[in-house]
Write a protein of this length. Structure first.
Length: 292
């Protein structure tokens, strides 16, 4: 039985079966966080549960995800986001004190989630780790509205939603070279993604992008773009997913050198012509035969 919703997408009077599904999803996520070593207090657990409900309620209205059931959202989206947080902590790529709330940082870690969509992985990471100062970068006005409403409904501070394409954001003085960490999930192949991400990173900043079976090939294809953008590929991390889940690795690219002023290129160009990709030969006159 489906859940009735208000026009704004918030759940209302869910049927008993829907409540059972939400409870199972919350229980699975709590156990998964414990397996990952991500400590969640009662507030964080409640926020993640409500966040999952909002994703399910808004999925059809805003095209957030094809996954609609609560347990699927917990496994496929929230759990994988927490796995990314755990991998970055375990590797030392996020400062160790982030996992220790009794230690105050002089400046929060500045994170940008590129092509954020439903807020994944950034918003789930921010719920679990309050020391992150998060910017959600999304081109769709409807999805930005969802993100703003969700951050407000969950009482999350230090979360900013920016409606812009990544190519535009990369030339915005308020966003260019401003972030310590960029995350992106299922946004673009790595040769394209590095042109979106590296202009947003401060020197020494890091792009972390979970990838599946094609990750190694994407990393090789992206090497010319990484070099041109002043980046450096680091050893990938294993994403600590549950047993039986398809293997994923986190590709890491560090902003290590000078960033060319003209990059990123105009919107749409990185996707059509990734940096370093072989150029297609120009077409000859109509009807002309190729030279033999």
């Amino acid at each position: 039985m489906s859940t009735m919703t208000r026009p704004d997408g918030d759940p209302r009077d869910p049927a008993p079966s829907a409540i059972d599904e939400q409870q199972r999803a919350a229980a699975w996520l709590a156990a998964e966080a414990e397996r990952l070593g991500v400590a969640l207090d009662a507030v964080a657990r409640e926020r993640l549960a409500r966040y999952g409900e909002r994703i399910a309620a808004g999925a059809a209205r805003t095209g957030l995800t094809s996954v609609r059931d609560p347990l699927g959202i917990a496994r496929r989206h929230l759990g994988e986001s927490l796995a990314l947080l755990a991998a970055l902590r375990e590797s030392g790529r996020l400062a160790p004190e982030l996992a220790r709330p009794e230690i105050a940082r002089a400046e929060p870690t500045r994170v940008v989630d590129i092509g954020s969509g439903a807020g994944l992985p950034g918003l789930a990471m921010r719920i679990a780790e309050p020391a992150l100062r998060l910017t959600l970068l999304e081109a769709s006005a409807r999805r930005c509205a969802f993100l703003r409403e969700t951050a407000a409904a969950l009482g999350l501070e230090e979360v900013r939603v920016v409606q812009a394409r990544a190519e535009q954001a990369g030339h915005d003085p308020e966003l260019r070279e401003r972030f310590d960490l960029a995350v992106a999930r299922a946004v673009a192949p790595l040769p394209v993604l590095v042109e979106y991400a590296l202009p947003l990173l401060a020197p020494g900043g890091l792009l972390a992008a979970p990838k599946g079976s094609r990750g190694a090939a994407e990393l090789e294809a992206a090497r010319p773009a990484i070099t041109e953008l002043g980046g450096e590929a680091l050893a990938p991390l294993s994403l600590p997913l549950p047993p039986g889940a398809p293997t994923q690795r986190v590709l890491l690219v560090r902003r290590a050198g000078e960033l060319p002023a003209h990059l990123p290129r105009r919107p749409g160009v990185p996707a059509r012509r990734p940096l370093g990709a072989p150029r297609r030969p120009a077409a000859g006159p109509a009807g002309a035969r190729p030279a033999r």
